[in-house]
Design a protein around this ligand. Structure first.
Ligand code: CNA
Length: 424
């Protein structure tokens, strides 16, 4: 059966609602804004392949750093900055966190030896950052036992042999799905809500909400852990869809999501009662429209006064480019294992902050700076104790389905559990 693909029909003048999750590599030079597996900022270096405006921005930022250094030199302070800069050829200040494998980079060459988390935490405590937008990806769920896509050896892409797909992204390719939905269903079995539990990072974001600071969370994840930890629907944009609903991939006739889940969990293929094509959970595939809620970004990002980016490789468009839509004066904090997207640029944009290392560790450290750590632990304990029995009874394969390192409801310090499961 021939599949219906969207991206070839849309042009530059498409409506917002036609933005779709799409692989840019299939359409070189296409004028519309698309969802792509390769972000426009991928592998961008200051010297090559960058649009003129970002070259200019980078040059201006270089100028700002040099001005600061010149001014510090005039005040006799350059040697301190210079020694801080010894780890970075870009003029950034780099500080190891004591007792951790994290490293922290500030965007400017100012003299105060404060790390990224300390700086952002201080601004939050001063009440200067009240509208926080969080942008997240698979890295926030690895501590819950769900592999991400790209971490070598552990990522889902690295373990795709068992899915028997010709290339990794084919799992989310609608054409491939129409030929053989089993690889996606096999992945879906891993990711269906009910098999895993939210971790410390999810609860940190919920705490941002409870403190009245969360403007919105934009997640690429489809594991449902944000909802499960209690982040309310109106604060959450599941940009790549979810398993909450299902419909025929061909004629879009809705299908009961529980029935779809039951079929997929029992290795059966749910089929449409109207046209007999395969039923698909409403996870957004390449070439499919993003949910309407995604377009709230047009209002949210200009209002943000802090952007926290966590656990994403920023490889998928149009999601990846969202991080470039906050005002240039707005601090952006990246928490990840390595620099990605605009944070690969050297020097960093002024007010870009980078904390490299394990996410649970970094988030916990930020929570401690904010004085929230105990509150988050209490929240986790009470919420997990309330929801765990429900999770077990709702999990179709409850025996051994949940990650063993995260399955103990009696654990009093979930962050320790999560750290162990990430590091092992
Ligand atoms: P990705 O491309 O796999 O990138 C994940 C990023 O997180 C990488 O840069 C990792 O280095 C980083 N990371 C992973 N674990 C940690 C950790 N413990 N501490 C610090 N950094 C860490 O994933 P993206 O989300 O960027 O890609 C988007 C895809 C992945 C979306 O379409 C998702 O649907 C899809 N996906 C979702 C899930 C999920 O729902 N949990 C899992 C796997 C893939």
């Amino acid at each position: 059966m021939q599949t219906f693909t969207i991206y070839f029909s849309a042009g530059a003048g498409m409506s917002k609602a036609r933005l779709s999750r799409e692989r840019r590599s299939t359409q070189p030079g296409f004028a519309r804004v698309t969802r792509s597996s390769i972000s426009s900022q991928d592998s961008v270096t200051p010297q090559q392949g960058r649009p003129a405006d970002s070259v200019l921005l980078s040059d201006l930022s270089l100028m700002r750093v040099s001005e600061q250094q010149a001014s510090l030199a005039r005040k006799g302070k350059l040697s301190k900055v210079g020694s801080d800069n010894s780890e970075s050829s870009s003029g950034n200040t780099k500080h190891g966190l004591s007792g951790s494998s994290s490293s922290s980079v500030r965007a400017s060459g100012r003299s105060a030896p404060r790390g990224a988390l300390e700086t952002v935490g201080r601004l939050m405590k001063l009440g200067r950052l009240r509208n926080v937008v969080v942008v997240a990806g698979a890295g926030i769920s690895t501590a819950s036992g769900i592999p991400d896509f790209r971490t070598p050896g552990t990522g889902l892409y690295a373990n795709l042999e068992k899915y028997n797909v010709p290339y990794p992204e084919a799992v989310f390719n609608i054409d491939y799905f129409s030929d053989d939905p089993r690889p996606f269903f096999s992945l879906a079995k891993e990711l269906y809500p009910g098999r895993h539990r939210p971790n410390y990072i999810h609860y940190f974001i919920r705490m941002l909400h409870q403190k009245g600071l969360l403007l919105r969370m934009y997640t690429q994840n489809i594991d449902g852990l944000e909802k499960m930890c209690g982040i309310p629907d109106d604060k959450l944009v599941e940009a790549h869809g979810s398993f909450a609903t299902a419909s025929c991939y061909l004629c879009y006739t809705p299908f009961p999501s529980e029935e779809a889940k039951e079929a997929i969990m029992s290795d059966n293929i749910p089929t449409c009662s109207f046209c007999s094509a395969t039923v698909k959970p409403s996870v957004v595939f390449f070439g499919e429209d993003l949910p309407e809620t995604y377009f709230q970004h047009a209002q949210d990002f200009p209002k943000a006064d802090l952007l926290i980016i966590m656990g994403t490789s920023l490889q998928i468009e149009p999601f990846a480019s969202l991080v470039n839509t906050v005002k240039s004066t707005v601090p952006r904090l990246l928490l990840n294992r390595h620099a990605v997207g605009p944070f690969e640029r050297k020097p960093l944009r002024r007010r870009d902050y980078l904390e490299l290392g394990d996410l649970v560790h970094s988030v916990r450290k930020l929570a401690e700076i904010l004085g929230w750590h105990t509150e988050i632990q209490d929240l986790m304990n009470s919420h997990e104790n309330r929801t765990l029995p429900m999770l077990i009874s709702s999990s179709p394969t409850s025996s051994g389905a949940m990650d063993p390192s995260c399955s103990s409801g009696e654990e009093s310090d979930f962050s320790e559990v999560d750290s162990r499961s990430t590091e092992s």
